[in-house]
Design a protein around this ligand. Structure first.
Ligand SMILES: [Zn+2]
Length: 332
């Protein structure tokens, strides 16, 4: 009797094991875009960041994100099976889906004074808000260059989002994982302790990041990573956005307005998300601006006016990313 029961038990176990394995593989594959678990994000980011810093065009960005699925199969061990499953056609149809309208995000790096004294007023004329990334250790440093916590609070209260730019603005790829996590975690904690609108948006100093930095940011509670200094215009494709390598359009002193204009035109026509990066904004003629990363107040006004004229929705970075990530589930 015992051996019969044992055999029956073995057969039953095998049966359920086969059923379970079949279900498990399918579930892992069926909810790619709506899924924002760290596991899904990590797979995407791991592969994207390997090619991430060298992303150059919007088409290659799209390709690299979808290509990342196959790349990750060779680099990621735990999720390689599901990565290899044929989701290409589904992904392609998703990335072709537009938003209801094009969207723009104005981001300002480094918590410089001008985000409060100039940018806020300019965007406010159009009813726009922005996102400012602050290195927390520089705030209230009485250096005359950076905003104060009171100003940060004021921006936040008027609808701006604050993002994490670490404590000391150090290249995180040069730190140990522990130190990098501390840099990010402490800044996030401080932003929250001041009651600011912080949703885990992260901007690695100098735009410098790799797979390890993405993992550190995730461990430090971040929800996205905005790239920097990608010279060629890149767009974020709904359904195919990589929240751990958000594409950007940096605007610097010598960036021609025509290239910004064409980026806005594209975002409007194809209903995509465009994320601008600004640094210092200076109320002076361009000839008097020494900092190549700064732009004139006039240029910011020109861009805001054009975004307004083209009818883009201006949102904060986390809202913009979420809109793209959750597009599938939104009503039309
Ligand atoms: Zn910076």
């Amino acid at each position: 009797m015992n051996s019969r029961r044992c055999i029956f038990f073995l057969i039953a176990t095998l049966f359920f094991a086969v059923i379970f394995a079949g279900c498990g593989g399918g579930q892992g594959q069926e909810t790619p875009a709506a899924q924002t678990s760290s596991e899904q994000s990590q797979t995407t980011s791991a592969s994207t960041t390997q090619s991430g810093q060298s992303q150059t065009t919007s088409s290659s960005s799209t390709a690299s994100t979808s290509a990342s699925t196959s790349t990750s199969a060779s680099t990621s061990t735990s999720t390689s099976t599901s990565s290899e499953q044929p989701s290409g056609s589904e992904a392609n149809s998703e990335q072709d889906k537009p938003l209801e309208r094009g969207m723009a995000v104005f981001t300002f790096d480094d918590g410089l004074n001008s985000v409060f004294t100039i940018a806020k007023g300019v965007l406010n004329q159009y009813g726009f808000v922005g996102t400012f990334f602050v290195p927390c250790g520089y705030i209230d440093g009485n250096d005359g260059l950076h905003i104060t916590w009171d100003q940060a609070r004021s921006l936040s209260q008027s609808g701006w989002e604050v993002g994490n730019h670490t404590v000391n603005h150090i290249d995180l790829t040069t730190l140990s994982d522990g130190d990098a996590i501390n840099e990010i975690q402490q800044c996030g904690d401080e932003l929250q302790s001041y009651g600011l609108r912080y949703f885990g948006a992260f901007d690695p100093p100098f735009g410098s990041f790799n797979y390890g930095v993405v993992m550190d940011a995730i461990k430090a509670g971040c929800t996205s990573l905005r790239q920097a200094w990608v010279e060629t215009v890149n767009y974020n494709i709904p359904g195919n956005i990589d929240p751990w390598a958000v594409n950007v359009v940096p605007v610097k002193r010598d960036t021609p307005f025509s290239s910004v204009q064409s980026a806005i035109d594209d975002a409007a026509a194809n209903k995509r998300l465009i994320v601008f990066i600004f640094h210092d904004i200076i109320d002076a003629p361009v000839g008097q601006i020494a900092d190549p990363d700064a732009i004139t107040k006039d240029k910011l006004e020109q861009i805001a006016q054009y975004v307004h004229d083209k009818g883009l929705a201006v949102v904060n970075i986390t809202a913009g990313i979420e809109k793209c990530l959750y597009y599938k589930t939104l009503p039309k």
